[in-house]
Write a protein that binds this ligand. Structure first.
Ligand SMILES: [Zn+2]
Ligand SMILES: [Zn+2]
Length: 343
């Protein structure tokens, strides 16, 4: 099969003919990959920053496709079904899996596009437990965003137990942020979006942000405190990633109300954030950090997209063969929504 292969970290991917994956067990499924969302994690993996990543590797952890072949005991999907693939393979037997927290599986066989091959090859071999069907009106490009791009913020928002009427501030309205915004709106939260790019703030307003703030022009801490009558926000989400993470986490903590929840989704390796424990204690601040998502999160995200309650925001598409150019575009600046590679 054809594939965009990562042979060496820090080097461009190459267009290659590679062996087709096989169905390795009765509950295994072969999926014809159709679309792959690109995210900042792909850049970290390609650069060799993710130590568990194997090489050679087929990237692609935000993938959708069509079922091509099923193992003898598979009943949940049939050839021709359109599916989103949940990237992290889980054991189903460890303490966390049994507790219904399979996103934290203790003996995961690996994540697509990290430790095992992902959607940058034409075919993906995957467990039937990791497939969620999508509605007929959802394009394969939109479906590719249901896993990582929607499922991951949905998981974090669920951990933060956001309620109707609460005020949530999102720092970073890129791929994850613009989708987190829609989930929060759907839950009935008042969303304030913060970014440094006007086009992202405009997209946030279009998708239901109550207010937007350009952090280059005004101090988000002061603005949010003012907007909330001096009380502060209920929830603050840090989704900026990169060098801005430590100062943004600081701002998030400063703009929360007493008992507010800080949700950390963006990161870069090796960053340190100074925390004043007294300030945390006296203001009852809760910190929630999250990555990944469960099959339930993805199924719920799919239901939101299936009937149009949440829109998968795609900034552009490119054929898989142009993956290097698309990754370069992502590296140059996180666009509004996701870049999606198509097979
Ligand atoms: Zn991702
Ligand atoms: Zn497990």
């Amino acid at each position: 099969m054809k594939a965009m292969l990562l042979k060496e970290f820090g080097q461009p991917l190459s267009w290659e003919e590679v062996p087709e994956p096989k169905i390795t067990g009765p509950r295994q499924v072969l999926v014809q990959a159709k679309a792959n969302g690109l995210c900042a994690t792909d850049l970290k993996i390609a650069d060799g920053l993710v130590k568990s990543a194997k090489k050679p590797l087929l990237l692609g952890h935000e993938s959708s496709g069509v079922v091509a072949e099923v193992g003898s005991e598979v009943e949940s999907v049939r050839p021709g079904d359109r599916v989103v693939m949940v990237a992290k393979q889980t054991c189903g037997r460890c303490r966390m899996c049994r507790a219904g927290r399979e996103e934290m599986c203790l003996s995961s066989p690996g994540r697509m596009g990290f430790e095992i091959d992902g959607g940058f090859g034409e075919l993906v071999s995957i467990s039937d437990r990791n497939l969620v069907k999508v509605g007929p009106g959802v394009s394969m490009e939109a479906a590719s965003l249901i896993g990582g791009t929607l499922g991951s913020p949905l998981h974090a928002i669920r951990m933060a137990r956001v309620e109707l009427g609460e005020t949530a501030v999102i720092f970073g309205l890129g791929g994850l942020g613009i989708h987190a915004l829609q989930i929060l709106r759907h839950l009935g939260a008042n969303v304030i979006g913060v970014d440094v790019k006007e086009e992202k703030l405009e997209a946030a307003r279009r998708l239901g942000a109550l207010h937007t703030l350009n952090a280059l022009r005004e101090d988000p801490v002061k603005a949010v405190i003012d907007m909330t009558g001096g009380v502060g926000a209920d929830v603050a989400l840090e989704i900026v990633g990169g060098a801005a993470v430590p100062p943004v986490i600081q701002q998030c903590m400063d703009l929360l109300r007493p008992g507010g929840r800080l949700v950390i989704l963006g990161y870069h390796y090796g960053q340190a954030v100074p925390i004043d424990p007294a300030k945390m204690v006296y203001r009852w601040i809760q910190i929630i950090a999250s990555h990944n998502h469960s099959v339930r999160d993805v199924a719920d995200a799919a239901s939101l997209v299936n009937d149009g309650r949440v829109k998968a925001v795609i900034s552009g598409t490119a054929p898989m063969r142009e993956a290097n150019e698309a990754l370069g575009q992502l590296r140059a600046g996180d666009p509004v929504g996701r870049i999606v590679l198509q097979w």
